[in-house]
Design a protein around this ligand. Structure first.
Ligand code: 48H
Length: 264
């Protein structure tokens, strides 16, 4: 058995660049690997689409790990139970129509299932801009997160895709870039980002699903980003809306990809 250092290095470089080359042109670029992004990526990959997820942090899972205030349990309501079953997550009934799930099991399972379904995950890579042609989004601009953190002047690389999903949570970073830099208006009442409101779980959970949609040609929003863009409240550590939003946006993007292929 050969285990010398150069072989180990060669194996890592070869395999990483195989993954990276496959991502130069994909069907969907998912920005942010929180619950909404991971669930969406899973359903898209399961449907046979080429999906890459870009996550700024070293860890995958976004806000799942900390549960509520670092108590690492999350709450999911009955409406989203079918998604828990799809992912084989162990849900413990709590009160009427609610379930608790171990936050660590949730983050690990969503990640594992998205990757096994075929999604490629690139951690420690931040999306800093989009590619536009001329007034639609056709790709994302990438840089290493450590480059971003160190404030180094390093030019990025970009990839092309047929749809971008902003699943960056409260910050809704991709939509902010588009609002600022791409000609045209967002598909919101004011044409701009409406801004997140304070906490109201029942209303917020319902609105998360309603607000999950295409917000600019080629750009979709899901999860907390959907409420931030459309001016809806936050909901605290209940995650059913995030899961349902991921499932819904996957369906919308699949339809978009089919329509685009018919028009090509
Ligand atoms: C690459 C990026 C970039 C970027 C950000 O915050 P998330 O967990 O997002 P959601 O919407 O899937 O889930 C929201 C949920 O965790 C939450 O915060 C809830 C329910 N809050 C309610 C409340 O009241 O507070 O994940 C987003 C991910 C994170 O991992 C970021 O690091 C990542 O996106 N990210 N990745 N490029 N430009 N911006």
């Amino acid at each position: 058995m050969r285990t010398n250092e150069t072989l180990i290095t060669r194996a890592i470089i070869d395999r990483y660049f195989e993954k990276l080359k496959k991502t130069i042109e994909v069907d969907v670029a998912v920005v942010g690997a929180g619950p909404a992004g991971l669930v969406a990526a899973y359903y898209l990959a399961k449907a046979g689409r080429r999906v890459s997820i870009f996550e700024r942090k070293l860890s995958i899972g976004g806000g799942i790990w900390g549960g509520g205030m670092l108590f690492n349990e999350i709450v999911v309501q009955e409406d989203a139970k079918h998604i828990l079953d799809e992912f084989d997550l162990r849900a413990n009934p709590y009160g009427e129509g609610l379930y608790t799930i171990d936050a660590v099991e949730t983050a690990a399972t969503l990640t594992s299932r998205a990757v096994k379904a075929g999604a490629s995950v690139f951690n420690c890579i931040s999306v800093e801009d989009v590619v536009m042609r001329p007034d639609r989004v056709v790709g994302v601009v990438l840089n290493w997160s450590p480059v971003e953190m160190a404030g180094l002047h390093v030019d990025p690389l970009s990839i092309r895709c047929h749809a971008v999903l902003d699943a960056t949570g409260h910050a809704t970073e991709v939509v902010h870039v588009v609002e600022r830099k791409v000609p045209g208006k967002l598909m919101t009442p004011t044409g701009k980002i409406e801004g997140e409101q304070s906490m109201w779980p029942e209303k917020a959970e319902k609105l998360t699903l309603e607000n999950t949609r295409e917000v600019f040609p080629g750009l979709f929003i899901a999860g907390m980003a959907a409420n931030a863009v459309f001016g809806a409240p936050r909901m605290g550590p209940i995650f059913g809306g995030m899961f349902l939003s991921g499932e819904k946006v996957a369906g919308l993007i699949l339809k978009h990809l089919e329509e685009e292929a018919e028009g090509r």
